[in-house]
Design a protein around this ligand. Structure first.
Ligand code: EPU
Length: 339
């Protein structure tokens, strides 16, 4: 049955810990229930506009939501096929992402371990193309099963048709406004293959032999917890901005002035910069504005110092962006969905 709450606080549904309200909050546990919610929205039995959230770990609420917030409770992981090389598993959009990663590690399935401890749910992981330590979730996705809220039809997108790129997908770009993810089909490897190319990970594991999936998961967890706030203690949404990608000519100009500027290869004749480094150079690391702060261990993370409103966090984000633009001529773009 559809679980409907009227005039509902979203405090427990966003990791920034913002106390914004929604006119209606609806949780569904099946495709049929989501169809029912779509019908009620069309007929005005639920207030519009609608917004779909996952774990609320990439969301900044700057005001109350006047319509309906939808949340999936579609759970379950079903093995669809298996051969000696790989397993294909269909995962419900409401499955907590890290529970799925734990299941993969437990069963000896390779591929998801570098994405350990990322907050949020599986549907949103596919929308956001979450990534960490050299792996992006798109690398594991075969297809995304969705419901088209406009037509009520189911539509399956092969990964190649999802428009995946660094922290982007067609689902994210459409502002989450048409296709709602029902489940995601993943392919995980059964033959040992670890991805230890990322510097922080290889350094933490250096000198270790016979590294297992469990070792990688535990190392990722400890590297993350040394840099990122624990969402159960400090409100944040992880990286607030994406790392900016600039033309090579722009990068060379910056490198002449700041020879130590961290940089990474990017598609095309472009270079990816570290937003955290740019923000730190502007002197923001550990500083605050009102009840919003720049995390002292990772300048790319903005935090709620306690009781902050979404607008206070947004004001800090704007000040940080302005500093980086003035000093480096680089535009930072929020990774977080600001509403
Ligand atoms: N750096 C600084 N100062 C800082 C932070 C970073 O100088 O305060 C520089 C350092 O040179 C460091 C480099 O930036 O070596 C990279 O930092 P880090 O490894 O922490 O990664 P990041 O680029 O800041 C990205 C993702 C994270 C992900 C890590 C690890 C984005 C927007 N963020 O951060 O993802 O965990 O790499 O792969 O791409 C998230 O998306 O919410 C998230 C946490």
């Amino acid at each position: 049955m559809l679980n409907i709450h009227k005039d509902y606080s979203l405090l427990g549904h966003n990791t920034f810990g913002i106390d914004a309200r929604t006119a209606a909050f609806v949780e569904y546990s099946s495709e049929a229930e989501l169809l029912e919610a779509a019908r009620m929205l069309r007929e005005g039995a639920l207030p519009s506009p609608w917004l779909h959230i996952g774990g609320g770990s990439n969301l900044l609420l700057t005001s109350d939501w006047p319509g309906t917030v939808l949340h999936s409770r579609i759970t379950g992981c079903e093995t669809v096929s298996e051969n000696e090389d790989a397993v294909e598993v269909r995962v419900g959009s409401g499955v907590v992402w890290d529970d799925f990663v734990e299941m993969c590690v437990e069963r000896g399935w390779y591929g998801a371990e570098n994405l350990s401890a990322i907050p949020g749910e599986t549907g949103a992981a596919a929308v956001q193309n979450i990534g960490a330590y050299g792996v992006e979730v798109k690398d594991l996705i075969l297809e995304v099963e969705t419901l088209d809220m406009a037509s009520g039809q189911k539509k399956v997108f092969p990964a190649a048709d999802c428009g995946y790129g660094y922290r982007r997908s067609n689902f994210k770009q459409q502002g989450n406004k048409r296709f709602v993810v029902l489940s995601v089909l993943f392919r995980l490897g059964l033959r040992p293959q670890l991805n230890l190319g990322y510097k922080a990970l290889s350094e933490a594991l250096s000198g270790r032999d016979n590294i297992t999936l469990r070792d990688v998961r535990e190392t990722v967890r400890s590297v993350r917890s040394s840099k990122l706030p624990d969402p159960s203690e400090t409100g944040s949404a992880g990286s607030f901005f994406t790392n900016p990608v600039v033309p090579r000519s722009k990068f060379e100009e910056l490198q002449r002035q700041w020879p130590a500027i961290p940089h990474y290869p990017a598609p095309g004749d472009c270079v990816k910069l570290s937003a955290g480094w740019l923000i730190e150079q502007c002197g923001w690391k550990g500083r605050s504005l009102g009840r919003a702060g720049v995390y002292p261990k990772q300048a790319l993370v903005l935090v709620n110092l306690g009781g902050a409103t979404g607008s206070e966090v947004e004001a800090l984000a704007t000040a940080v962006r302005d500093s980086v633009r003035e000093r480096f001529g680089v535009e930072l773009r929020p990774e977080v969905n600001i509403l």
